[in-house]
Design a protein around this ligand. Structure first.
Ligand code: NAP
Length: 361
């Protein structure tokens, strides 16, 4: 735990709750503006950890600035020959298919963001915030363990957690063929050319199935749904159902994820109509049955939509329903949910907080 801001009776200027890409990006910007942000990074829970969803991901290949593959040739080709002296030596490279390969790992990426924020003077407390008072000024955030902290502004960046089916075998094969994000993980070599399953019937499931089906070398993508009708919007479901690589599997739930201890190699499906079971050969399972935003501690304190996501109250701004409180990342976004969009709104929230403070002084 780091020390409080100097001068005990002075409220913090910016408190950031959450430690994924949104939280650290907000911290980098707030710290660079000399606001000495204080981040509550959270503690470990079974489905929620400090550093957010990225900490559950392996290689990240779509975050700009972190190309995967032969990093040395990539940088050499991207940077003018005369400027190559400014490049750091590339990180230690692995070999994949006989070629050098390195991709930044999810945890590594977000730890780099954290370090970047700390380098500019961000202070970090490893506690959950369990309650807040946003009705009075200064604002107050209440940690699970420790004294309440007063602050002039707060940035909520607690993210959303992917819902999983809750099977032991699913837990066992996370990062070994089980994922909750096809856009993040679907193009990894682990899944290349293999039949894959997407579980769910909403827009996310059909979008993820379509994404996987359009990848180079895609094999059959099974769309496994517990009913015989999709919940997804008509246009998106038609696109998926008309796709030659997508095969719907109706009235079925996953009973067990099968594997050889190292990787997924199949699913045991159970019928929702007659309880019969059958095995399906797949090299991966993408769970797309919705997300749960981490907003329970804000119940009744900030406006949320019917699914518990925080509402941004001004177009193209990160304001919430409480003055001086801003929201960034997946906690307010059930649509894009990417590390890069979270980082972007984290930056916006810090700039909004900075301007709010400037207007108050
Ligand atoms: P969703 O609409 O809540 O759909 C969740 C799906 O998972 C439903 O089909 C549900 O089945 C199924 N499901 C839930 N729990 C399950 C379980 N335990 N076992 C098996 N299946 C289960 O969630 P979403 O698809 O993530 O979409 C969230 C929001 O984002 C929606 O408003 C959506 O329109 C939006 N979105 C939009 C786009 C787009 O427009 N491009 C893309 C993605 C998401 P039932 O249908 O039987 O309930």
């Amino acid at each position: 735990m780091t020390e409080q801001r100097k001068g005990k009776d002075v409220p913090e200027r910016v408190v950031i709750i959450g430690s994924g890409p949104a939280g650290w990006s907000a911290a980098i910007y707030a710290a660079r503006a000399n606001l000495e942000p204080l981040v509550f990074e959270g503690t470990f829970h079974p489905d929620m950890v400090p550093l957010g969803q990225l900490a559950f991901t392996t290689e990240v290949e779509n975050y700009p600035g972190f190309p995967a593959g032969d990093v040395r040739s990539f940088t050499e080709s991207a940077v003018d020959k005369n400027l190559q002296y400014i490049l750091q030596p590339p990180p230690e490279e692995e070999t994949r298919d006989g070629r050098p390969h390195y991709a930044v790992m999810g945890t590594e990426l977000v730890l780099l963001m954290k370090q970047q924020a700390i380098n500019f003077g961000t202070r970090v407390i490893s506690e959950d915030i369990i309650d807040v008072d946003f009705a009075n000024r200064p604002l107050k955030v209440i940690p699970g363990n420790g004294d309440p902290v007063e602050t002039q502004t707060a940035i909520i960046a607690t993210g959303a957690r992917a819902n999983y089916l809750g099977l032991d075998s699913e837990e066992k094969y996370k990062n070994k063929g089980v994922s909750a994000c096809a856009v993040c993980d679907g193009a990894l070599p682990l899944f290349k050319g293999k039949p894959l399953a997407v579980v769910g019937g909403g827009d996310s499931a059909v979008e993820e199935a379509t994404y996987l089906a359009n990848l180079k070398d895609a094999a059959t993508i099974y769309l496994i749904h517990r009913r015989d009708e999709l919940r997804a919007s008509k246009i998106m479901q038609q696109r998926a159902l008309d796709h030659p690589n997508i095969e719907p599997v109706w009235n079925s739930v996953v009973d067990e994820v099968l594997g050889d201890e190292k990787l997924v190699n199949g699913l045991r499906l159970k019928s929702t109509v007659d309880d019969s079971t059958r095995d399906l050969e797949v090299g991966g399972m993408f769970v797309a049955i919705g997300h749960t935003p981490n907003t329970k501690f804000l119940d009744g304190k900030l406006d949320m939509n019917d699914k518990g996501y925080l509402r941004w109250t001004k177009a193209f701004r990160t304001n919430t329903s409480a003055e001086g409180v801003f929201a960034a990342g997946d906690v307010a976004d059930d649509y894009y949910r990417q590390a890069i969009t979270s980082a972007g709104t984290g930056c916006m929230a810090a700039l909004d907080a900075e301007r709010f403070l400037a207007e108050q002084s």
